[in-house]
Design a protein around this ligand. Structure first.
Ligand code: NAP
Length: 292
């Protein structure tokens, strides 16, 4: 067993899946949840489903003698969680988070604690779904998925090793990199595609109010827009937290769209074909990598 008492702060899809995975792998003795007073549904469901043993609405009793804490709230709420944790911060405990952006979590810790505590190990599982809430939580969500740890220079090696083996025992493949590198990579492969899906459906949805275009939408539309079903609060927070990486990418994308508009307007089928062929081959290389 790795933790005698594991406290999950925010028992939603990811927090609930950590609880389920930790339980199924025998990594924690007691698993407790902490959540918002005004929204009891998730916590009650989590207890009813046996995802957590009990829940608390006060942070002190929730922590108790916890030796492991995982913060799994939207990234915009992490700073307020740090503020609540601060009076109870314990050297005997290892803290981690699952936020989709990392530089802002580190900056929030610096604002609250002065410097990132050595026993706080920022992490991000590249696993999830467009569903939210504890009912969607799965014990095998992290199996064969990547997990990125973004330590700071003062991160204690023992804390890092413990969080790394915690995730490995839940089935994840762990990589370690800087928070800046993480945020740059994820902006391109995750945050920009989500923005695009939200933007496209926002635009078409408004048109549809007049002309029923969704009625004739087919599989391609469904595939492309699946991620626009993701939680708006979570994605508002991610985009705001990583805007410095996202805005230059949006400029590049606009340039690409302008190029395509130009090729269409000038009937340049050859260069349009070359653009589509390049993209198709690049996607195939990505799929080949996934299989290897
Ligand atoms: P979720 O299912 O909506 O769960 C979020 C949890 O945070 C809920 O338990 C919610 O509690 C709580 N919460 C929301 N706002 C809060 C606030 N202001 N203060 C305190 N608690 C609050 O979301 P999720 O998908 O698990 O995402 C959680 C974290 O994981 C986010 O940081 C996200 O970036 C990261 N992540 C998500 C994915 C994904 O694909 N979903 C993948 C990797 C990482 P209530 O029950 O009170 O609403």
């Amino acid at each position: 067993m790795m933790f005698d008492r594991l406290c999950i702060i925010g028992v939603g899809l990811i927090g609930g899946s950590v609880a389920r995975a930790a339980r199924s792998q025998g990594l924690a003795g007691r698993i407790v949840g902490y959540g918002r007073e005004q929204e009891l549904t998730n916590l009650e469901t989590a207890k009813r489903l046996g995802v957590i043993d009990e829940y608390f609405l006060d942070i002190g009793p929730a922590l108790g003698e916890a030796d492991g804490v995982v913060i799994a709230v939207p990234v915009g709420a992490v700073e307020s969680v740090f503020r609540r944790l601060k009076p109870y911060w314990s050297d005997g405990c290892v803290y981690s988070d699952v936020g989709s952006t990392k530089s802002n979590v580190i900056a929030a810790a610096e604002r609250v604690f002065g410097a990132v505590p050595a026993n706080l190990v920022p992490a991000h599982p590249i696993a999830g779904a467009e569903n939210s809430g504890v009912e969607a939580a799965l014990p095998d969500l992290f199996q064969r998925r990547r997990l990125i740890i973004t330590p700071v220079p003062q991160t204690e090696p023992a804390a890092l090793n413990k969080i790394q083996s915690f995730w490995e025992r839940m089935g994840a493949q762990v990589s370690v990199m800087s928070a800046d590198h993480h945020d740059a990579v994820l902006a391109a492969t995750s945050h920009l595609p989500h923005l695009l899906a939200f933007a496209l459906v926002d635009m078409l949805g408004r048109q549809d109010e007049q002309c029923e275009i969704f009625k004739y939408a087919a599989g391609g539309f469904r595939d492309f827009t699946r991620i626009a079903s993701s939680d708006p609060t979570m994605w508002r927070d991610i985009c705001a937290a990583n805007k410095d990486q996202l805005i230059p990418l949006l400029h590049q994308l606009k340039t690409e769209l302008d190029k395509i508009e130009y090729l269409l307007a000038n009937n340049d089928g050859q260069r349009l074909f070359e653009t589509f062929s390049y993209a198709r081959n690049a996607r195939q290389r990505f799929l080949d990598q996934l299989e290897n």
